[in-house]
Design a protein around this ligand. Structure first.
Ligand code: LLP
Length: 441
């Protein structure tokens, strides 16, 4: 079966934060995006605080309905702007951090280190010491080597590190190869066959306070089955460890819940809650989740303007060249990801369309946002929105081709504010120095 792209009406119908207004064009949480594009310029990221809040509440509700009390540790890496983090802190989220930088950023947003989990396959001694000094809530350890290092550091500091072992359950999350983390051969976690012995050994180490287990099998997961299989393995481990007299009080269920970008049948949070309830629900555990994409992806759009059109010969889609590029939004070039594209102009949904290929100006053939998209006729200066770019969007930007980082705006309750100005081009080289031997000619 050929896969058809959803048309603009369909894209809008499945995105409650977006509306097409006959006068004002595309609205995001009620705010005309054209106003933001005109006043701030493009490219520009827009985050909808209302969407962040609504999705966080929906997630929580799905678990509550299964009788589960679960701590939400928002995965900072998805969208780490301080404004986003402040909104999510207000919504009661802690944080999942993967570097010293993320820890300090989350703290800067007022998230208490006690409400943070430190994940990641390679934490330096300095980062581990920082986490301990700050009083981090939990460190998810990924290897025998790491736990020995942590034991030494914590013991020297006279502290006991709160630890969960991140287990690699050898489950294929059936997602993109580059964002799969729970298979044999993926670099993440401790092989589940070795986890029980390591847990036992680690419980006897100085400076280590073993709390429980963690797992995270990948991202953009579109079926509850791999979640359930992974959590069933964790449940088995919990029972086995307890039978040996060891204390296991915490299970961190990771992140990974997928969203609809194109036409995917993404499982609702209730399906994830069900998978957890059926496997870990009856084990008297403190449960935690590390969602990133599910909360943040639909809460953001990237605005771009048409620089030029480039006609192609019959049978090949014309190019629409826009002022955002792969350095801004890397997902299409990196993972072949599909993002909806909607022009901001009013009534565009009813206009006649023709296939067009939307590209950025970067000098790489992978700098393509959408191939053969059915779009109305565009003109230079027209603006469009790239949808669902609130997660793994701005955070993955670079300044490749000496392109300054795009501006960022947050909207809430009909108001909007610039939360990060467009980077000044001079700041791109501000920290660069010349070796003395080059002289001053
Ligand atoms: N916990 C851990 C340990 C993680 O490594 C991740 C994501 C998450 C939680 C959050 O996963 P989420 O709920 O967002 O799926 N750049 C890629 C995604 C990389 C995900 C990395 N880890 C993308 O744009 O698709």
């Amino acid at each position: 079966m050929t896969r058809h792209d959803p048309d603009i009406m369909n894209l809008l119908a499945s995105r409650p934060s977006l509306h097409m207004d006959a006068q004002d064009g595309l609205l995001f949480e009620g705010v005309p995006l054209q106003t933001i594009a005109s006043q701030v310029g493009t490219p520009c990221w827009v985050t909808g605080a209302g969407t962040l809040r609504r999705r966080t509440r929906n997630l929580r509700k799905a678990f509550a309905e299964r009788g589960l009390n679960i701590a939400l540790h928002y995965a900072l890496k998805a969208n780490d702007h301080l404004a986003t983090l402040n909104v999510l802190r207000q919504e009661g989220c802690g944080a999942d951090v993967v570097s010293g930088g993320e820890l300090l950023r989350a703290r800067q947003a007022g998230i208490a280190p006690a409400d943070m989990v430190f994940s990641g396959v390679g934490k330096t001694d300095q980062e581990l010491a920082l986490a301990l000094r700050e009083g981090i809530g939990q460190i998810n350890v990924e290897s025998a080597e790491e736990i020995n290092r942590l034991s030494h550091i914590a013991h020297q500091m006279g502290l006991a590190a709160p630890v969960a072992l991140r287990v690699n359950p050898h489950i294929d999350a059936e997602t993109h190869d580059k964002i799969s983390t729970g298979r044999l051969g993926d670099k993440f976690g401790i092989d589940w066959a070795d986890a029980a012995l390591l847990y036992q050994e680690a419980s006897a180490l100085p400076g280590i306070d073993m709390r429980g287990l963690a797992t995270h099998i990948g991202s953009q997961i579109l079926s509850p089955a791999p979640f359930k299989a992974a959590y069933a393995r964790i449940a088995e481990l919990v029972t086995g460890l307890r039978a040996q007299g060891l204390t296991v009080s915490v299970v961190d269920c990771g992140g990974g819940l997928g969203v609809r970008y194109r036409d995917e049948l993404a499982p609702p949070p209730a399906a994830l809650a069900g998978a957890i309830a059926e496997t870990l629900g009856g084990l008297d555990l403190k449960l935690a989740l590390e969602p990133g994409r599910w909360i943040a992806a639909p809460a953001g759009v990237l605005l771009a303007s048409v620089i030029d059109l480039k006609a192609q010969r019959e049978g090949v889609s014309d190019f629409v060249i826009v002022d955002a590029a792969m350095n801004d939004l890397a997902r299409p070039s990196l993972y072949g990801a599909w993002h909806g594209i909607i022009p901001l102009a009013p009534d565009i949904a009813y206009a006649e369309t023709a296939p067009q290929t939307v590209v950025g100006p970067v000098c790489e053939s992978s700098d393509v946002f959408g191939k053969d998209r059915l779009l109305p006729a565009m003109r230079p200066g027209d603006t469009l929105a790239l949808l669902d770019t609130g997660a793994y969007g701005a955070v993955m930007s670079s300044t490749y081709n000496s392109r300054p980082l795009a501006a960022q705006v947050m909207i809430e309750n009909g108001q909007w504010a610039l939360v990060r100005p467009r980077q000044r081009v001079e700041s791109l080289w501000a920290d660069e120095t010349l070796p003395e031997w080059l002289g001053s000619e």
